[in-house]
Design a binder for this molecule. Structure first.
Ligand code: ADP
Ligand code: MG
Length: 372
């Protein structure tokens, strides 16, 4: 069983062998040649966010403020910062384009507050998907950002659908990168999706609640970290049959098998499905709208089709318009949405399968996405 696990670890899962290799060799080489930083190298700027586990600032380097590296983001994190540094290092080597560019992370012990982890990223841009979705103009305010040129189509459902489709493709692409690396994010929400001005794509941020199942890091889910607005109904990443983490080497050998059994990646797919839903239905973009939707869906036993049946007859114009958008092209968007938001994790589509869904298979746009 162990040998099978080890073999599948090395061979059967695409993208795993390089992950194995880089952990031991590239990581070492990188340590030697990458620049290192310490507390005094940074100037702190505006506060960008504050959570239970850390504070995030804009920052710059004291020395070369004019260089590209001068534009940074700094997170001062509590004890969970250690896991977040690990995740970011791993992502940078295995699937760099999925997440914000990580620069460096270190333990800062001289702080008055005791032990703090400092994490540094490149500043990707001013806007998270949450910021952009708050605008009345959404999704048109995103159009030129991601498609480069304004569509020839007149304003309307079809044009909005194309923009939403491009955002969903980029989000699923980033998720597929993480999942292929063996990482489950567990906190996918519009606030943790940032628009990268340089690469003109959406990237994922905030790996503070992520789990790396291939090596058993943060193996036991910290369910108190999960955002209830976007969390899938299972909440726990691994089934109750695997209540505790095996020691790291065993987890390494077994984790592809456990991954197959429990499909922990589908947790993120559910959250991504809720983002899709919010983009289609403006009424569900507010906290209260989303919370109300979650209550309704729970009452329908997490059956989206049943939910639709219950709300459509007395739906507002706004809600009807959302259904119309998802019903375009024979309901292909609705089909994708319902394959993401399902009660049972194993019935949800994977990120890779979702990317191959006919919803994304439309001429013209494909060419555009390749050009990015
Ligand atoms: P938290 O744990 O507080 O949620 P996040 O990592 O999500 O921490 O960062 C908080 C906020 O800081 C984000 O919502 C985003 O607005 C901003 N932010 C984080 N990383 C970046 C980045 N690389 N570039 C630009 N803004 C960022
Ligand atoms: Mg966050």
């Amino acid at each position: 069983f162990l040998a099978m696990g080890a073999l599948s670890y090395l061979w059967a899962t695409p993208g795993v062998a390089p992950g194995f290799f880089d952990m031991f060799v590239l990581a070492f080489a990188e340590r030697l040649f990458r620049p290192t930083f310490r507390k005094d190298d940074f100037v702190l700027g505006k506060k960008l966010g504050e959570g239970a586990f850390g504070v995030v600032y804009r920052a710059s380097l004291k020395k070369k403020p004019s260089s590209k590296e001068g534009d940074l983001v700094l997170k001062k994190a509590t004890e969970y910062g250690a896991v977040e540094i690990w995740m970011n290092e791993r992502v940078r080597r295995a699937c760099a384009n999925s997440c914000a560019d990580f620069v460096y992370g270190f333990l800062e012990t001289s702080s008055k507050k005791g032990t703090e982890y400092w994490l540094i990223w490149r500043f990707e841009g001013e806007n998270t998907l949450a910021d952009l979705m708050q605008s009345k103009e959404f999704p048109y305010n995103v159009e030129t950002m991601i498609l480069g040129e304004v569509q020839a189509l007149p304003k309307g459902l079809e044009r909005e659908d194309r923009i939403i489709q491009t955002i969903m493709r980029q989000l699923l692409f980033a998720l597929d990168g993480l999942h292929s690396t063996g990482i489950v994010h567990r906190d996918i929400k519009p606030q943790n999706v940032i628009f990268s001005e340089d690469s003109r794509i959406f990237k994922i941020i905030d790996l503070g609640a992520a789990a790396d199942l291939r090596v058993g890091i943060n193996y036991i889910p910290k369910e108190f970290l999960l955002d209830p607005r976007y969390a899938a109904p299972e909440q726990y990443i691994m089934s109750t049959q695997t209540p505790s983490a095996p020691s790291a080497p065993v987890a390494t050998a077994l984790s592809p098998v456990l991954w197959q059994m429990n499909l922990p990646d589908r947790f993120d797919i559910y959250s991504a499905g809720l983002i899709f839903l919010q983009m289609a239905f403006p009424a569900l973009r507010s906290d209260s709208g989303l919370i109300q939707f979650n209550r309704q869906l729970k009452r329908c036993d997490y059956d989206l089709v049943a939910w639709r049946k219950s709300v459509e007859p007395r739906a507002s114009a706004d809600l009807r318009r959302g259904f119309q958008l998802l019903d375009l092209d024979g309901g292909i968007g609705w089909e994708l949405l319902t394959s993401m938001v399902r009660y049972k994790a194993r019935q949800r589509t994977s990120a890779k399968a979702a990317l191959a869904h006919p919803y994304f298979d439309r001429e013209g746009l494909l060419a555009l996405s390749f050009m990015q």
